[in-house]
Design a protein around this ligand. Structure first.
Ligand SMILES: NC(=O)c1ccc[n+]([C@@H]2O[C@H](COP(=O)([O-])OP(=O)(O)OC[C@H]3O[C@@H](n4cnc5c(N)ncnc54)[C@H](OP(=O)(O)O)[C@@H]3O)[C@@H](O)[C@H]2O)c1
Length: 299
């Protein structure tokens, strides 16, 4: 395929196939990460609000029906923009939000996964997203100052109260997942992962074995350069390296649901083209065999 062809093609997210989260939420496997529709340092409103709204609406036009967000993106900005752009929501749309990790200033994170805070954070997300129930509510990250069982117990109670449909995790080890599953069913796990950032390989395998969705964050390696090999594969396929990175994830496991983040319609279109990009086995194997220090993705 000539280089211009794949980049000019805009695929539907449906071309990536589907996965059913928690046994009842069927989504197209290529989703959208809504962390980038905020200001610099994931703080405050985006520089171009109209573009952020257009990007969200374009995602729906391209059949994206899994959107990842968090109360702390902005904070509040990402969830508010999602509601502003998309409410009333299309029936099949799954919004996965998170709580337990606060954003007190640009580029800063503070842990807060106490039961009291999680209950308050959930109420805030319900209000901003204009929902009675969150389809997928993710503990953003375990809080070392709070018993992990206490955080999960709080989410289990909120689920019993009907405010959460499914409970999920982010930034966790296998031990966390196993401990959480003793308290409440876990439907998805979100850790940093890409072809060049494989610390969570064993978590992907665990999720696959247990029918749990795996949402890789930074699936594009946050657009940093990773390795010459991906340039080579991209050239051979007439695609961009970022499209190849997404195609690698889609091929890596059927439980992987990439959520590439962008604030632009142009980049969204490019990323969605990867839904229909089939990575040849040899290229997949070549990229899978690479050993790249994760630091290359963290800058
Ligand atoms: N659970 C967690 O702790 C956690 C942490 C980080 C992220 N997340 C979630 O995961 C999602 C994805 O992660 P991420 O946004 O950090 O990283 P990413 O998806 O790997 O990369 C996003 C970056 O790549 C750029 N980009 C996107 N498409 C592009 C394209 N086609 N060409 C060139 N540049 C492109 C974006 O800039 P533009 O805006 O200019 O396109 C942005 O700077 C987030 O949006 C968020 O929902 C979760």
């Amino acid at each position: 395929m000539a280089k211009s062809m794949i980049n000019e093609q805009v695929h539907s997210a449906a071309a990536a196939g589907t996965f059913t989260i928690g046994g009842d939420l069927t989504v197209n496997r290529l989703g959208y990460g809504a962390m980038r529709i905020t200001g610099p340092g994931i703080w405050g409103p985006p520089a171009d609000k109209d573009s952020a709204i257009a990007t969200l609406r374009r995602a729906i036009d391209l059949d994206v029906n899994l959107i990842d967000t968090a109360d702390s993106y902005g904070p509040a900005v990402s969830e508010e923009l999602i509601a502003k752009a998309l409410y009333p929501y299309p029936p099949a749309l799954v919004i996965a939000t998170k709580g337990g990790w606060e954003r007190p200033g640009p580029g800063q994170w503070t842990h807060n996964a106490s039961p009291k805070h999680l209950a308050e954070a959930l109420e805030g997300s319900l209000k901003r997203l204009r929902l009675d129930r969150i389809d997928v509510y993710q503990l953003h990250t375990p809080d070392n100052a709070v018993s992990f069982e206490a955080s999960m117990g709080a989410l289990a109670r909120l689920r019993e109260q009907g405010k959460i449909r499914h409970v999920a995790l982010s930034n966790v080890t296998r031990e966390h997942i196993e401990r959480a599953r003793k308290i409440v069913p876990i439907v998805s796990v979100q850790n940093r992962y890409s072809f060049a950032d494989r610390e969570s390989d064993y978590i992907v395998d665990y999720c696959e074995a247990n029918g749990i969705a795996f949402l890789p964050w930074a699936p594009l390696g946050q657009a940093k350069e990773a390795h010459d090999a991906i340039q080579k594969v991209a050239k051979e396929l007439g695609a961009t390296p970022l499209q190849v990175a997404l195609a690698w994830l889609l091929k890596r496991s059927k439980v992987i649901l990439p959520i590439p983040g962008t604030s632009s319609v142009k980049h969204l279109d490019e990323n969605l083209s990867a839904a229909g990009l089939e990575l040849p086995q040899a290229a997949f194997d070549e990229l899978s065999a690479l050993s790249i220090p994760p630091a290359s993705l963290r800058g």
